[in-house]
Write a protein that binds this ligand. Structure first.
Ligand code: PEP
Length: 265
């Protein structure tokens, strides 16, 4: 049975003082939630702070990207073991902002995914179409190409390792990120089902287990209808993860939703 997962993506926001206030409020707000998993992906300079405040809580922390190399002359890059050294268990990969603003591609996402699992991190692979692609009816083509670029590079051993690490997919329609527009629950469900079916072509057991979370203007007011969909296993939350009350309310929805596809373990 799949547990819901809520991941906050802080992007490039915060400072030591505001992070402390936010994290302390989230720790307090989530204290009694036991039925889902909760993660915050904070900017790298604050991972140490996340570790000191979140150790021994029910909230995990992670990076927003990682380089595939273990070490070397890669100025500005961060290796997988550096994230695990700081207690990270998760890492976002292939976020549309990385693809659009930093010229990352399906190939770099694949290399980083491979590096992440070799380093023992749970990868959260972000996939999703732009507005133009959406309007041209290309959603499935784009999502398939983003998934296949990564899945095709994984041999049987790496695929098994990715499953052992509970790899996650995040469907994030680019037109819904930070825009206030959300995919309808039915639209999200169709794409999530498509993603699960595509994984099933490789491994049916893996498809049943893998968590597919939705991202794109998720707020407390729309989380319940999205998370109630059978193939939506929680959310990737940007803007709303910077407000403790909103983030806690979204996590509460994830904690409460126990549809047949999402019972607690
Ligand atoms: C994101 O950055 O992954 C995201 C989903 O942002 P927002 O929730 O602000 O749309």
């Amino acid at each position: 049975m799949r547990r819901n997962l809520v991941v906050g993506n802080w992007k490039m926001h915060g400072d030591i003082k505001s992070n402390q206030i936010l994290l302390e409020s989230i720790i307090e707000g989530l204290r009694d939630f036991k039925n889902a998993d909760y993660v915050v992906c904070v900017p790298n300079p604050y991972l140490f702070q996340a570790r000191s405040l979140l150790t021994n809580t029910n909230i995990a922390w992670g990076g927003q990207n990682v380089n595939q190399h273990e070490q070397g002359a890669f100025t500005g890059a961060v290796a997988p073991h550096m994230l695990t050294d700081l207690g990270c268990t998760y890492v976002l990969l292939g976020h549309s902002e990385r693809r659009n603003l930093f010229y990352e591609t399906n190939l770099t996402a694949a290399a980083r995914f491979d590096g992440a699992i070799k380093g023992g991190l749970t990868p959260i692979l972000c996939v999703g179409e732009t507005l133009a692609e959406h309007e041209a009816g290309l959603t499935e083509v784009i999502v398939a190409s983003q998934m296949d670029a990564v899945m095709a590079t994984l041999g049987e051993q790496e695929f098994a390792k990715a499953m052992q690490l509970n790899m996650v997919f995040a469907y994030e329609p680019v037109w819904a990120i930070g825009t206030g527009k959300t995919a309808s629950p039915e639209q999200a469900q169709l794409v999530h089902q498509f993603i699960r079916n595509r994984i099933a072509r490789r491994n049916a057991d893996a498809a049943a287990k893998v968590r597919i979370i939705y991202g794109g203007s998720v707020k407390a007011k729309n989380a319940a209808e999205l998370f109630a969909m059978p193939d939506v296993d929680g959310g990737l939350i940007g803007g709303a993860s910077l407000r403790a009350d909103e983030f806690v309310a979204i996590c509460q929805v994830a904690n409460n939703v126990t549809s047949s596809a999402c019972l607690t373990e």
